[in-house]
Design a protein around this ligand. Structure first.
Ligand SMILES: Nc1ncnc2c1ncn2[C@@H]1O[C@H](COP(=O)(O)OP(=O)(O)OP(=O)(O)O)[C@@H](O)[C@H]1O
Length: 253
């Protein structure tokens, strides 16, 4: 770990007035079950942040507590200083947050284009969804090329790209991605991380959970290590990657 590092073991030094997405003293879980204890993290506007940690440590629950799929028992979650604690998933979507779940899936009997239009179902006007899809085909020409193909015939990499692009239909300010590389053949993994950087370059702030911790941290401006429902380390992606203890405990040595 670099001597000048501001890496922190418990609180997040970035969890302050600069944070765009912030969790402060959050305790969360499901019904009577508490999974997350006293979470304090901050993600700045335009950053990619990556959450890593062992299986069952609460990574998905942290994402779900932000988005309204898990119960926040105490603490506050803010986006751009607006309190969104307890806001429903539908409200979050309408407010410009999208969430690609770990088991995100496409509609296999529908074409790529029909799947894209489903991502724009919140628009009042169908032509708005069609226009947005065209913008995204310009950004991701490979999707435009296969727009009339049934989604069930896509390769794993193409399907993941469709899932990401469909989540962009609402032009989100924040995208939350739960394990975007899971289940992909190794040859598609690099491409998915390139796509994530591309989404970020479009101005989207990204919070991602990644079991491929090396890869996830390598694209991250900010990293968080979660274990047993607690944030154990925060720092830049590079700081976490270079930390011996994190390497030994969480990055397979
Ligand atoms: N709907 C639920 N109801 C009750 N407990 C749950 C629910 N979903 C998850 N849990 C529990 O919360 C804990 C954390 O699970 P979570 O899925 O958040 O961890 P994770 O770090 O994302 O794991 P993985 O890497 O395996 O996906 C686990 O003990 C799990 O059993």
């Amino acid at each position: 770990m670099p001597a000048e590092s501001n890496m922190s073991t418990h609180s997040d030094p970035q969890s302050s007035e600069t944070a765009f997405l912030e969790m402060r003293d959050v305790v969360a879980g499901y019904g009577n079950t508490t999974v997350l204890h006293d979470i304090n993290i901050g993600v700045e506007n335009g950053q990619i942040a990556c959450l890593i940690g062992p299986n069952g440590s609460g990574k998905s629950t942290l994402m779900k507590s932000i988005y309204g799929f898990a119960d926040v028992k105490s603490g506050t979650i803010t986006v751009n200083e607006n309190d969104i604690t307890g806001r429903s998933p539908q409200e979050n979507l309408m407010a410009g947050m999208s969430y690609v779940l770990q088991d995100a899936s496409v509609f296999p009997q529908m074409t790529v284009h029909e799947n894209m239009l489903m991502g724009g179902y919140v628009f009042d006007d169908d032509s708005q969804a069609a226009r947005r899809a065209e913008e995204l085909y310009d950004e991701f020409p490979i999707l435009g090329d296969i727009r009339n193909q049934n989604a069930g015939t896509l390769s794993g990499g193409q399907r993941r790209l469709l899932e990401l692009a469909r989540a962009l239909m609402v032009d989100p300010e924040i995208m939350m991605l739960d394990e975007p590389s899971i289940g992909l053949e190794p040859r598609f993994i690099e491409d998915v991380f390139d796509r994530i950087k591309q989404l970020n370059n479009l101005g989207t702030t990204i919070l991602l959970v990644e079991q491929n911790a090396q890869k996830g941290l390598s694209v991250a401006d900010r990293g968080f290590v979660l274990a047993s429902g607690e944030i154990k380390f925060t720092g830049t992606g590079t700081e976490l990657l270079n930390n011996d203890e994190i390497g030994r405990l969480y990055l397979g040595g």
